[in-house]
Design a protein around this ligand. Structure first.
Ligand SMILES: Nc1nc2c(ncn2[C@@H]2O[C@H](COP(=O)(O)OP(=O)(O)OP(=O)(O)O)[C@@H](O)[C@H]2O)c(=O)[nH]1
Length: 779
């Protein structure tokens, strides 16, 4: 059964709703306005204890006037009458409610409060909220009658529709009339259909908007509101409770969507919706590859040789991306080379790259960062084009590069695969056009499309604070067209596009799909990879940005990436079908052995994937890849560097470090079975940098070290790390400050450290101390 509303109960006692709200509050029933719903229990308890004669004494003034007017009219009418008598209200005040105004809980509550405090104010307010009271007393009494007949109203209104149709039918002798009957029937059918639907409404909306959503006549809504004692205009804002009540009355089923869900919905609908007006857009390309293989040289070469004469007039700006033209078609290059930027963007959910150009130096071949780049591109599901660079160099061997690529699962066309490889020389400008044409070819196959006529969407390439300009952000338009003056939200910032400059330094007024631009006008500096969305108004942009700020705050506190501990529960809940791992080890043999053993742990329920395996310390790029791919990092005989630790902390990525391969396999296995219950957790206590070494009597090599972090304690365990790889783990043999033995040395001090049973310490090594702390077993 539908819940009883305050006004309905009020009408049973013939007490005005506003007064009744106060009475209910005095009975400790915390209702806010006449639309508030009451539970059955509240109604029962209230009815049992409420004595209308006794409990309404506080409102004595009102009943008095009620008597003086007519015994049947309500006290509400009486008080309105009294307003007329006591003080004529200015026209301005009468008009006020006609403007868009919220009839919500707060307003109703505050009005009530004001009424309590001072009589004159009460009059003004009442007047303001009932503009028709002066000249529409007839309406008012009608309303009261209607209130009394409320129970029958719904039935009646439906019935009257039917009756009308029948009436017309009775007179339907002529074709014209029967046509109108037909039309009416059709309308009825339509409205019946409409009534069977569930409409979604926001937390607050205007009467007109509600009419639009459910497809009802605004007049009907206004009438229904009037019957419930609320005078509203078409532009007036009503809250969801009110809207829901009106729709109940009119027979429309509605569901209230929270404001944040409304924003989400706008975003989702936009993403999903194809307008049918999509046209081809230029591809967006990222250049990746191993250090020194020529990424920057290639990007420079492309930019310099493909800026047309007309464009060259402007000074090329660094805005993080640029567009070149080849055979009348455009290509946009993200001009910050490297996968760190690429993954940083992906970790923020942005996928701006359509194609990855993998630069491999022909004289050097596939190197660790080449593999990393391949893994990143694969994880992002982005097609690769290989640019085999430096073919002008002596010792260049493109065929060897192709062979090495096969080992990484990248099979070029000549070898029967589907990856295009182009031998180029960034230095000499050889085959650059060919590379660009191949990019266009791949783009064509990818069928990259966008509708330029939609409000713009895209993402931030980079953003900074510029002197005299405030926050500027380089943005890539991915959908629609961005215009000067557009209200936008970007990440947690918002504003209006004040200025817009393209990569050639030209001030422009609009930018279409795949176009990079630098804009100003934002309230803050968004982060690379943040999205940007054009909103219908400044107000909505600000609201969405504020909501995101709040969400970000909450998420920071509760971000959960995958960890070995929660692996089992996520598998059980069906949340995980794949376990993604990144394996880093000291030597290639270990990477392979560990990876193979881990993959073999796959069972019917879950598959174990090693999405990236490489030699070397765990770095920031590994962490970002883990974050974007929901992966756990398994390190064998390696350590994370500082940036990686910071990133892991920020992204909440689980890094597991092992000294025994079997332990790593066992942990993953046990985690999959829900048996992982670590008793000890390692805590790093200090770090010292070896700045020199010296030999002491007995041939022992001691490190002259500087404590860079925490403190080095004589009793802590110690490990020696060289280039991110653990070369020894053991105990401290001696710890000295000058000539004295000491128990500990704090950060910022120098000391001598000898390591038990280890004589191979070298300058540049990192000495890390740690303790194993007992932790509670987890259930
Ligand atoms: N001979 C020859 N040298 C090249 C070519 N391309 C780049 N180089 C040289 O290789 C070196 C590295 O080039 P960069 O473009 O800086 O390489 P990168 O990959 O951007 O390097 P990082 O930014 O450090 O990752 C420079 O000395 C270039 O002059 C080429 O096609 N031929």
């Amino acid at each position: 059964m539908a819940k009883l509303r305050v006004y309905q109960l009020a009408s049973q006692y013939e007490i005005p709703s506003r007064e009744f709200v106060q009475i209910l509050n005095r009975y400790n029933i915390p209702v806010k306005n006449h639309m508030s719903a009451l539970t059955d229990q509240q109604v029962e308890e209230f009815k049992a204890s409420f004595d209308p004669t006794k409990d309404r004494r506080a409102e004595e003034q009102v009943p008095k006037k009620k008597k003086s007017n007519s015994s049947k009219s309500t006290s509400k009418k009486a008080s309105q009458k009294s307003q007329q008598e006591s003080k004529p209200t200015s026209k301005k005040k009468e008009k006020k409610p006609d403007k868009a105004e919220t009839v919500n809980k707060t307003q109703a509550a505050s009005e009530l409060k004001t009424q309590d405090k001072t009589e004159p104010k009460k009059k003004k307010n009442k007047k303001a909220s009932n503009p028709h009271a002066d000249n529409k007393s007839g309406d008012q009494s009608n309303r009261n009658t209607n209130n009394r007949n409320k129970k029958n109203r719904k039935k009646k209104s439906k019935k009257s529709n039917r009756e009308e149709t029948i009436k017309v039918k009775d007179h339907s002798k002529k074709g014209k009339v029967s046509h109108s009957v037909y039309k009416k029937k059709k309308d009825e059918k339509k409205s019946e259909q409409a009534k069977n639907k569930v409409y979604e409404i926001p937390e607050s909306l205007t009467v007109g908007e509600l009419a639009d959503i459910v497809g009802a006549n605004a007049t009907d809504i206004i009438k229904t509101l009037m019957m419930a004692g609320t005078m509203a205009t078409i532009n007036q804002t009503i809250d969801a409770d009110t809207a829901q009540l009106v729709c109940d009355e009119l027979g429309y089923e509605v569901k209230v969507i929270k404001d944040e869900d409304v924003f989400e919905k706008i975003i989702e609908e936009y993403d999903e919706k194809e307008t049918g007006n999509e046209v081809s857009r230029p591809p967006v390309v990222t250049v990746m590859g191993h250090v020194d293989h020529g990424k920057t040289s290639l990007l420079d070469r492309i930019r310099k040789s493909h800026v047309t004469a007309s464009e060259a007039g402007g000074i090329t700006q660094h805005i993080g991306a640029y567009t070149v033209k080849i055979k009348g078609k455009s290509i946009t290059f993200i001009d910050t080379p490297g996968h760190a930027a690429f993954t940083a963007m992906r970790s923020r959910g942005a996928q701006m790259t359509d194609i990855a150009v993998l630069v491999v130096a022909a004289d050097d071949g596939v190197m660790p960062q080449t593999i990393e780049a391949i893994d990143h591109a694969k994880a992002a599901n982005v097609p690769i084009i290989v640019a085999i660079n430096k073919i002008d160099k002596e010792g260049a061997n493109p065929e060897r590069v192709k062979q090495e690529l096969v080992d990484q699962g990248v099979v070029v066309e000549e070898w029967g695969g589907d990856v295009i490889a182009v031998p180029v020389s960034a230095k000499k400008g050889q085959n650059i056009d060919e590379l660009l044409e191949d990019i266009l070819l791949v783009a064509e196959m990818e069928e990259l499309k966008a509708d330029p006529d939609r409000p713009a969407r895209g993402c931030v390439i980079e953003a900074q604070l510029k002197k005299g300009k405030g926050s500027t952000a380089s943005m890539l338009v991915q959908q629609g067209t961005l215009h000067i003056g557009d209200a936008i939200v970007s990440g947690t910032t918002y504003g209006r596009v004040r200025t817009m400059v393209d990569d050639k330094g030209h001030r422009i007024k609009k930018a279409g799909p795949s176009k990079p631009v630098e804009i100003s006008g934002l309230s803050g500096t968004p982060e690379a990879g943040d999205d940007f969305i054009v909103m219908p108004s400044d107000k909505e942009a600000r609201q969405l940005a504020e909501r995101r700020q709040e969400q970000e705050k909450n998420e920071k506190q509760a971000k959960s990436s995958v960890s070995l501990e929660d692996l089992f529960s996520r598998i059980k809940e069906g949340e995980m079908k794949d376990i993604n791992l990144i394996v880093k080890a000291d030597v290639q043999g270990s990477v392979e052995a560990l990876s193979q053993s881990l993959v073999k742990l796959s069972n019917d329920e879950v598959r174990v994937n090693v999405i990236h395996g490489a030699v070397g310390a765990v770095n920031e790029s590994d962490v970002l890849l883990a974050s974007t791919s929901d992966a756990i990092i398994i390190g064998f005989n390696v350590r994370p560097d500082k940036n990686a630790l910071e990133a892991a902390d920020h992204e909440k990525v689980d890094i597991r470090l092992y000294r025994v391969i079997y332990d790593a396999i066992d942990d993953v296995k046990q985690a999959m079975e829900g048996m992982l219950t670590p008793d000890y957790v390692e805590k790093v206590t200090g770090e010292a940098e070896v700045r020199s070494t010296f030999r002491i009597p007995g041939g022992i090599i001691v490190a002259g070290a500087y404590v860079t972090d925490g403190k080095i304690s004589r009793t802590d365990e110690v490990r020696v790390v060289r280039d991110g790889i653990v070369v020894y783990e053991g105990k401290i043999g001696s710890l000295r400050r000058f000539k004295d033995d000491v128990k500990e040395v704090q950060q910022g001090y120098e000391c001598g450290i000898g390591i038990e049973k280890y004589n191979d310490i070298k300058e540049g090594d990192i000495i890390e101390t740690f303790v194993n702390e007992a932790v509670k077993r987890e259930l």
